[in-house]
Design a protein around this ligand. Structure first.
Ligand code: PMP
Length: 400
């Protein structure tokens, strides 16, 4: 009998999402009675604003939402996305260039599947969000990590990218603010990067999911506002998850040039059909409201960000850059390698993650998950008291 695996080689190479795995492990430890504090989650700890929930309740009661609707999304929502894109980014796109997807992640999937052919190379600045290279591999493409470090604030420059460009380079993935580093490209950096990508004739996928989560005076700069000439070769991906504390509602979108839009619409019509009408109606309410519902959440994140950076900076061997956006801190922890903590000699961030979980009952995500060994990612989207308690536990474990 053949020993061949029943799993296709294409799917077998896809790795489990490390962030979701850590989050699940922390939640199951918690359920079994262990007092785990989780810094793993990539989601706001706030409930969705009430007026958005109300819109969903109303939608659920209306029979017109009980039926199939267009695969690419309700016209009302695509119009709201078009208005929102003009309001927030100053960019004009027709609703006919927008596809509503099952979260930002699905928009990224559609984009990569539509643009990347067998053997195409995709440039991904690292540290990167764990999903990007996995989806590139799934499409048959080759993810090419372009390393950055704390010295450059975890941002790529044209000079850093140049040596990685080959005849097979098709796509560049841009995300600002970034997960996992919280780095935000300045207007000048965005312009230089955009001009370079234009000169090289590359396609760009710009992931704007954290656009509104920036702190102090920092603002995010949409790459197309900076270099509009890129419009013909750029796909914007975005969603309501992070801005409106709507991770569970699964609404994202992609905005793309007509040819890509048509191809991705065909894909979506075969794979998912329309996304839940109830969630789509809720997203219309979210996008048409002003952004004041974000203020409370952003103020809390900012306060926690400062506390976290201050407390991590007190740990000997941690090198922590203050992030300017998103809700993650990404300390370089290589300074503790070689030390023994309890019975364990720590030689990698994976080791350190395990020691912290076992001995301090705190869940963090190892940098390996983001192509950046030697780091940890901690989300500050959790209650202030839990955040301080969790960081005190880590401090005690590592100072003790
Ligand atoms: N892009 C980035 C950089 C993210 O961090 C996330 C969520 N972790 C997403 C996209 C996708 O968000 P969702 O699918 O929940 O809309």
């Amino acid at each position: 009998m053949s020993q061949k695996s029943p799993i296709s080689s294409r799917i077998a190479q896809v790795e489990e999402s490390a962030t979701l795995a850590i989050d699940a492990k922390a939640k199951s430890l918690k359920a079994s009675g262990v007092d785990v504090i989780g810094f793993g989650a990539g989601e706001p700890d706030f409930p969705t604003p009430e007026f958005i929930v109300e819109a969903a309740i109303k939608a659920a009661q209306d029979p017109k939402n009980h039926k199939y609707t267009p695969a690419i999304g309700l016209l009302e929502l695509r119009e709201a996305i078009s208005l929102k894109t003009r309001r927030d980014s100053g960019l004009e796109f027709s609703p006919n260039q927008i596809i509503v997807t099952n979260g930002g992640k699905h928009a990224i999937f559609n984009t990569i599947m539509t643009l990347v052919d067998e053997g195409d190379e995709v440039l991904i600045p690292s540290p990167y969000w764990t999903t990007y290279p996995e989806l590139v591999k799934l499409a048959g493409g080759v993810p090419v990590a372009v390393p950055t470090s704390i010295r450059e604030g975890y941002k790529v420059t044209p000079q850093a990218l140049e040596p990685y460009i080959t005849e097979r380079t098709k796509l560049f993935i841009h995300v600002s603010p970034s997960n996992p580093t919280g780095a935000v490209y300045s207007p000048e950096e965005t312009f230089d990067l955009g001009r370079f990508l234009l000169d090289k004739g590359l396609w760009v996928m710009t992931d704007e999911i954290y656009e509104h989560l920036t702190y102090d005076e920092v603002k995010s700069t949409p790459i197309l506002s900076s270099v509009p000439e890129l419009t013909e070769r750029t796909v914007i991906v975005n969603g309501v998850a992070k801005t409106y504390a709507m991770t569970g509602w699964r609404i994202g979108w992609m905005i793309s040039p007509p040819q890509v839009h048509k191809a991705a619409s065909n894909l979506q019509s075969q794979v998912t059909s329309n996304i839940s009408n109830i969630s789509q109606r809720a997203a219309v309410a979210a996008l048409l409201a002003d952004l004041s519902c974000l203020d409370e959440m952003r103020t809390a994140f900012d306060r926690r960000r400062k506390t976290m950076v201050a407390m991590l900076s007190e740990i000997d061997g941690f090198n922590t850059l203050e992030p300017e956006g998103a809700f993650y801190v990404f300390p370089d922890v290589s300074g503790v390698f070689g030390r023994s903590i309890g019975d364990t000699k720590v030689t990698s961030s994976m080791d350190l993650t395990e020691v912290i979980l076992e001995q301090a009952e705190v869940a963090v995500v190892p940098g390996e998950a983001f192509g950046a060994p030697g780091h940890l990612r901690l989300s500050y989207a959790l209650a202030d008291s839990a955040l301080v308690e969790g960081l005190e536990r880590i401090q005690k474990l590592l100072q003790g």
